[in-house]
Design a protein around this ligand. Sequence first.
Ligand SMILES: Cc1cc2nc3c(=O)[nH]c(=O)nc-3n(C[C@H](O)[C@H](O)[C@H](O)COP(=O)(O)OP(=O)(O)OC[C@H]3O[C@@H](n4cnc5c(N)ncnc54)[C@H](O)[C@@H]3O)c2cc1C
Length: 1001
Amino acid sequence: MIEARARMRALHRAPEPEVLAALLPAALLGEEQRHSVVARARPLIAGLKAAASSGWVNRFLQHYQLGSDEGTALLSLAEAFLRVPDPVTADLLIRDKLGQADWKAKLGDSDSLLVNSATWGLVMGKAMLADPQAGVLKRLLSRTGEPFIRQAVAAAMRLMGEVFVMGRTIDEALGFADRQKGFTASFDMLGEAAHTFPDAMGYFDAYLGAIEAIGRKRGGRRGGGGGNDNISGRHSISVKLSALHPRYETAHASAAVPTLTELAMTLAQAAASAGIGLTIDAEESERLDMSLDIIGAVAAHPGLKGWDGLGMAVQAYGKRAPAVIDWAEALGAATGRCIAVRLVKGAYWDSEIKRTQALGLADYPLFTRKPATDVSWLACARAMLDSPHIYPAFATHNALTVATVLEWAGESRDFEFQRLHGMGEGLYEDLVRNQGHHCRIYAPVGGHRDLLAYLVRRLLENGANTSFVHQIADDDMPEEELLADPAARVARSGGLPHPAIPKPSAMYAHEAATGGRPNSPGIDLADAPTLDALAAAAATLVLPAAPAAVDVAAAVARAEAAAPGWAATPVEDRAARVEALGDALEADTPALIGLLVQEARKTLPDAVAEVREAIDFCRYYAAQARHLMQPMPLPGPTGESNCLMLAPRGPFATIAPWNFPLAIFLGQCAAALVTGNPVLAKPAPQTPRIAARAVALAHAAGIPADVLQLIPGGGAEGDALVRDGRVQGVAFTGSTATARAIARALLDDDARPLIPFIAETGGINAMIADSTALPEQVVADVIASAFQSAGQRCSALRLLLVQREVADSVITMLKGAMDALVVGPAGNPMTDVPPVIDAAAAAKLEAYRQSVKARWLHSIAAPEGDYVAPTLIAIDRVGDLKEEWFGPLLHVTTWEAGTLAETVQAVNALGYGLTMGLHSRIAGASDTVQALAQVGNLYVNRSIIGAVVGTQPFGGEARSGTGFKAGGPHYLLRFCTERTVTIDTTSAGGNASLLSLEEDA
Ligand SMILES: Cc1cc2nc3c(=O)[nH]c(=O)nc-3n(C[C@H](O)[C@H](O)[C@H](O)COP(=O)(O)OP(=O)(O)OC[C@H]3O[C@@H](n4cnc5c(N)ncnc54)[C@H](O)[C@@H]3O)c2cc1C
């Protein structure tokens, strides 16, 4: 088992061709075998096709391709509609989704009556919405009107959900399952990724109740399977661990894994007593290690001896899959039991790819081409058939995959197939009823509220072009294509990754604004050994002495003297040195993280993100300067050359805040330096050591000492800097009040030229959520936006505006999610909310918090020290919040359906304009907010923090800043002056170029 775990680590992000080369031999078929597999697959395809033609959801999804406007509209309608409680928003949602697409063009295209009738419904619905005043239809339906459409859409969406759910209750589902003659079921109590402890407990109770109900029922086919026939012949249960704990995350493993082990053990004991099997589902790849720890502990429990019902799912799309199979075999051997392994391809492919890119990790944990996943699945299947301590459960809707297993298994019946309820119908009927095979149906149970995440995965699977069930419903797809050998495809391509899915490091290789640059590397904090090592290194770092004060006037003199030489240094040279600084930061990452944790009280994830941002700034601005600072020839009359050039301004003062003491500090410096300006860089008084280290790295990277000088100190040093008439520009990030003071100081000296002042200040950032938003997503994004970094980001959420109809449920979930937060020391991997920057900040925030105690909706405990307890504070209306409170204090109020525009205007009226968030499934709502919101950064359906260089250029307007945005294509312009040169080329004697024109050019 230890060996298998080590192999898992080695495979996790290994190069795709390497992993596939090891798998390919097991998946390759000889010519004869290949013929036999194809022959076996043809009748299976026929069975699937026959059933698919009567399955209206499949036809519907075939008809409305997911990539089309109609497909997207349907998907979002299905995902959101049933949770909207109020008619005003429900109608807006329908109008939005029906209005987006061209349903009429699709009318009559399908040979399915149901698809066409549904399309008719959509066409009529759209017509009525578009022209509510006219038409026979309108008169006909005038008494029912929009409520009629609402009911019809609700019925259609409910129907779509019901296709994939076996019952609302376990008893209903058991009744249905018993009618599927020859099949058994594995029930899953819908609900995943609990956000609160009460939700998790609710799901646990549901699982326990279901196990007891299944045990009582004694249902399912009896006595037809193989090795652990006692279990395989009966209905079983499938459990998602993420439903049982709100913090099922690596960083919280020390608390979550023991708790989950205990809960899983209790469920396993109940399943053993009921004589049924229990399978742990496979979820996101970062949870795999924890799930194996839990499964391993349950399997080893002496109280479960003699029960062969423990099962686990393995995702073949993961590069670690073959090692996980080995691990399961070793576990079975070590604990003297047969482990039921359900082999799936995997349901989270798109979100895994996105997560890996967002975190900048070294490589993907899964394959990037569909045939590669097929090959992996087949190789794993073969290994499972040869593993004596594994009871194989082959879960697929792919006829070719099934046929290959049948070919390899020969006469054996010592395994089972599995399919999902609502999918793969027709595939297994003959095998089960006439050939003695066993098939289990995965059977979700639950109401519509819990269905949505599952439903979206199923709709995506049914609608994806690469998916077998989607291809089979396509009448134009040739059967030979369906039967194409994945192993041969992989062999032909050499197992190379998909060209459209670059490694995270190459995500910006073709960035238009810069001509390409490498992405900063992330650190995989979901890998426990990596996280532990980082935490240990950060904790043991000894803080160096703070840098000594300098004579500001003398420093400015040195900068002034260095200015001409630096300006004359070619931009290519300057850019290379700034890029070398980026590389130096990358190499120094562990030490910088230690400093960020200890001096700036950053949590580990925040510290990693900050180092990445600093690296990105260096590379982005360097690449940009190379383009921007080239002379630009301009058109004009013949005999004259015209050219526009950017030139440096001279010594720049940069004044950075403590909340991004590395990224903002260096971002300002890098921009000024690469454009040719010497820099006098003043860090915040709270964080001089990080700045000193960054400056030392910059000097080592080739930036001359007089060109970049550190000016440690506080307000006095800052004031001396900005008042020095030799300073030619100021870049500042900090409070609005200080920005004003600097602006005034710059104007005090009448003899001084007006110089650029770039100010990034704070904001009263709001997030608006309507009743179409997914509450779980809203809550997760609110928690991150308001409480991550103890709310000490300029972009942090200060004001949550929830539509009244859903306010109670969203706020209840939010309180539960707050209760699951850990407030603690910055370097502790478990910490979500660290202390605020210093005692003075803590005292100010605490005084305010106490002053509004009567309005607290919720608050959680915080340790002694400079901690501020995350607190939810009610206000009556938007305008009641007058000030930015730079800590984990979130204000909440409600808004009425139909008043989105007024709500945005009320936020605008606060006078700030930094970030805003919207959570809504209505595209029109997003349009409204985009049109009205006066903010620099608007985020829709995500958190409002974490702007990425070159992706979300960051900065506000109004009282939130001057622009241009940091990390954007225009920022460098503010550090330059523009010059044109016009040369009369004829003055030296005639217009030679004109006179030399070719006759027939
Ligand atoms: C009984 C049962 C239980 C299940 N339990 C789980 C579970 O616990 N955890 C889980 O994650 N899933 C689970 N699933 C869902 C399962 O992952 C999907 O149904 C399955 O991937 C579909 O595979 P297929 O062989 O039916 O279809 P196919 O069409 O042959 O394969 C589709 C699959 O290929 C993979 N794929 C698609 N595009 C690419 C690409 N570009 N590169 C690499 N791979 C790609 C994806 O995994 C996709 O789902 C379960 C399915 C069943 C039937």
